[in-house]
Design a protein around this ligand. Structure first.
Ligand SMILES: [Zn+2]
Length: 327
């Protein structure tokens, strides 16, 4: 049994998993919370998680590990360009972790890692051309093209959350966490959906969502919109229609340009909100080019929260490439 180590680096903790590379099973894992979010401190605690996961699996720390980060990552340089939930900009995380572990480190975007995991062991298995579209607190994608992970010249391909969209007339322009306006994620990311609903209800909009929250609109989440939509609440139906138009168009445009065999839906918002997912699928079907629709299957992610850490472990095994040498 060959064991590889993958890391899932999030805003609050680092999870290291020892993965059986023939089955994708996680045989041991360890999680370390970030006591201090500086890149050096996070590299140290991540290194500790790796050592403990390896020890639990009864293997030495391997010669190379992979780390998936919810961030823009400059390909194989290991530099994290922008990680909002860690507050990092231009952090040389790969180098710091490599030094702390005395091992080679491959850092990649979390959805690129998830794409590798789903392709080897999950919903994208057996195809050379697959796109993952994830809607959770943010919106992102992972691209497998021609049998390989596509990261682009600078390592930041697949940032579909930051393509520009036009919401329905009357919806105010919203600023994205990246600093720009009109990004898809500003309207369709779970965090921003929640913020919008809180603002609109606080401003007096009528909706069943308020009743579901016992009037405490500050607690509104996408799940409340989903519940209200399922019961026919006009506000929630209109909001899901709008969000689905934007997501469905983005999915259709991605598929029209890249012609995947499989489109994999994932993420905590999209998979937990069937009213939304149904609408996204309908919009996608209506807007994709007829030629790209031929042979396309739209499926749901299969590995859940483990896709990223499993894919990161696989990425660590790949030989280094030149991707990401350009800023
Ligand atoms: Zn943006």
């Amino acid at each position: 049994m060959a064991i590889a180590i993958g890391i899932d680096l999030g805003g609050t903790n680092a999870r290291a998993a020892a993965v059986d590379t023939s089955t994708g099973a996680i045989v041991a894992w360890h999680k370390e919370a970030h006591a201090d979010r500086s890149p050096a401190a996070v590299a140290e605690s991540t290194a500790r998680a790796v050592r403990l996961a390896a020890a639990s699996a009864g293997v030495p720390v391997p010669a190379a590990v992979g780390a998936g980060v919810a961030a823009q990552v400059l390909g194989s340089t290991g530099v994290v360009l922008n990680a909002p939930n860690l507050g990092w900009r231009n952090a040389p995380f790969g180098e710091l972790l490599s030094r702390a572990l005395s091992t080679r480190v491959r850092v990649l975007n979390d959805l690129s890692a998830a794409a590798l995991g789903e392709r080897r062991f999950g919903a994208a298995r057996g195809t050379d051309d697959a796109i993952l579209l994830f809607v959770g607190s943010g919106v992102g994608s992972g691209l497998i093209l021609g049998g390989r992970l596509h990261e682009g010249a600078g390592g930041v391909a697949g940032e579909v959350g930051h393509v520009k969209v036009r919401p329905r007339p009357g919806t105010p322009e919203r600023r994205c966490g990246c600093g720009q306006v009109s990004c898809l994620e500003a309207y369709a990311g779970g965090h921003n959906i929640a913020a919008r609903v809180r603002e609109e209800l606080a401003a007096g909009r009528a909706s069943m969502v308020r009743d579901l929250l016992g009037g405490d609109v500050a607690r509104a989440q996408p799940s409340h919109v989903e519940q209200a939509c399922a019961r026919g609440d006009a506000y929630a139906v209109a909001l899901w229609d709008e969000v689905a138009e934007l997501l469905g168009d983005a999915a259709a445009n991605l598929a029209t340009v890249l012609n995947p065999a499989r489109l994999v839906f994932g993420g905590g918002v999209l998979l937990a909100c069937p009213c939304l997912e149904t609408r996204v699928r309908a919009r996608l079907e209506a807007r994709i080019s007829a030629s790209a629709a031929r042979g396309l299957s739209v499926v749901r992610a299969a590995l859940g929260d483990d896709a990223g850490v499993v894919g990161a472990a696989l990425a660590g095994l790949e030989p280094p490439t030149g991707a990401g040498s350009a800023p």
